[in-house]
Design a protein around this ligand. Structure first.
Ligand SMILES: Cc1cc2nc3c(=O)[nH]c(=O)nc-3n(C[C@H](O)[C@H](O)[C@H](O)COP(=O)(O)O)c2cc1C
Length: 204
């Protein structure tokens, strides 16, 4: 059982990265393998809408995306972390999710006729546990959270909940103080409990 965590913030030592790492640590403590990934370390362009993945069954843009995609496909669970940038996920995480969601559909489906679009056989992320972790200074966590949920629920994922939304609160002026967010961390503790519960049920 493996859970990976993607940090969509360009600030590697920022609040999102801290909370994604914190959640992964709780999973490690339960004996679940984890991997933390700073997306900023990769060369990741946006989807160009070329539709070549329909035939190729993978994204054909030549950058580091397939490395991330393969890690997502191999994982049983994925934490998707993003700061709120004007109430939205960062362009970097959006680029990954656009390309993963679209090319992941053709991974297991064909589009030989228009009718094929009503015969989906799942996609690359079917049955994976996916949860958002979002952070903002004042407002916008829930919009960002909802964007990630919309991706997960359109990509055949299972979304575990917690005692509240998995959101963090940051201080003013770009403060990197998520470590002081006791409530945010307690929400992630319970999220990790739910990941463990579901991963064990799914894999038994
Ligand atoms: C471009 C930009 C847009 C932001 N938009 C919002 C926002 O809509 N609402 C908010 O409360 N904070 C906003 N912030 C503050 C960040 O969400 C906050 O500093 C957060 O901690 C950044 O996450 P990080 O520490 O993981 O980089 C914004 C920051 C930046 C740089």
């Amino acid at each position: 059982m493996k859970v990976i965590g993607l940090n969509g913030s360009p600030r590697k030592q920022g609040n999102t990265g801290y909370l994604v790492r914190y959640a992964l640590e709780q999973l490690e403590n339960k004996g679940i393998e984890t991997e933390y990934i700073d997306l900023i370390d990769y060369n990741l362009g946006q989807c160009t809408g070329c539709y070549k993945c329909v035939e190729a069954k993978k994204c054909v843009i030549q950058d580091d995306f397939l490395e991330i995609f393969d890690k997502m496909v191999e994982a049983d669970g994925i934490l998707l972390g993003s700061p709120s940038y004007h109430s939205s996920m960062t362009p970097m995480l959006k680029a990954v999710l656009d390309r993963a969601g679209f090319s992941g559909r053709w991974y297991v489906n064909d589009m030989k006729s228009k009718e094929d679009s009503y015969e989906w056989k799942g996609n690359a992320f079917s049955g994976k546990l996916v949860a958002p972790i979002t952070v903002a200074r004042r407002a916008g966590q829930n919009f960002t959270f909802a964007q990630i949920l919309l991706w997960a629920t359109a990509n055949d994922c299972i979304v575990p909940g917690s005692t509240y939304w998995n959101i963090g609160v940051a201080g003013k002026g770009g403060a990197m103080d998520a470590c002081d967010d006791a409530e945010g961390k307690s929400i992630l503790n319970h999220l990790a409990d739910n990941f463990e519960f579901l991963l064990k049920k799914i894999n038994q």
